[in-house]
Design a binder for this molecule. Sequence first.
Ligand code: ZN
Length: 264
Amino acid sequence: MIELPDVERMIEAFAGYATGKTISAVLIDDPSVNVDVDMAREHIESHAIDTVERHGKNVVLRFRSGYSLVFEMGDEGRIYLESQTVPPADNSGVRLQFAAGRELRFDAPGSRETVHLLEGDDLSSLGGLESMGIDPLSDDLTVEKFVELAVGHPRSSLKGFLMNPAAIAGIGNEYADEICFQAGYRPDLRVGQMTPRQLERVHLYLRRVLRRATLHWQAAHADPGWLINHRAKGRPCPRCSTALTSIKLKGLRTYVCVRCQRAA
Ligand SMILES: [Zn+2]
């Protein structure tokens, strides 16, 4: 399952190359992609990419034409640079070609609702877009805003709240567990049972965990103190060596240390 730090890594790998470059051709391989070919030709072809941004797990390419292309990564999407001589993958959705022989590829199973062409840069105009909550690494998710959002979801479990895309964009199963573990609270704790101080602590670790995972992915994914490196491997809690408990929360495999993570 793709998570926010993975999308950040994808962007890092091509943004330096693609920013400022002009698209020479737009190829839509998946006929079910919900983008009008003529519109794409008019507003994307022969126009340069102005900026490459991430919002939650969405990648946003803003063009100097004033139009934007939005790619939803979902659980299995991928966006990357490739040589035009390499045959596209079976699940190729869209390819944006550059004159120099490379192209930006977006692969995803069932791309139909996962690519959007919009005029301007207001993502909220895309009503059905997944992950329209606040990006957890943006300056907009202040501690006050986080507590305010949490107070609005009192019956949600802590993990369910962290993963609610209408509130916060792009936190998936493994990072939600990591944030709960690092903050020291059980993921099945009801948000309404938590004090503002406790919620502030969750906000602190949310930023710490995601920042570290995006800026120092390799180190984070080798850190013996991180739950992510112990889960699903039958290893005990990295802090206290108690056997990890595996529970199902919202149908998702969830790992907890009942000793290190408080239930209230
Ligand atoms: Zn423990």
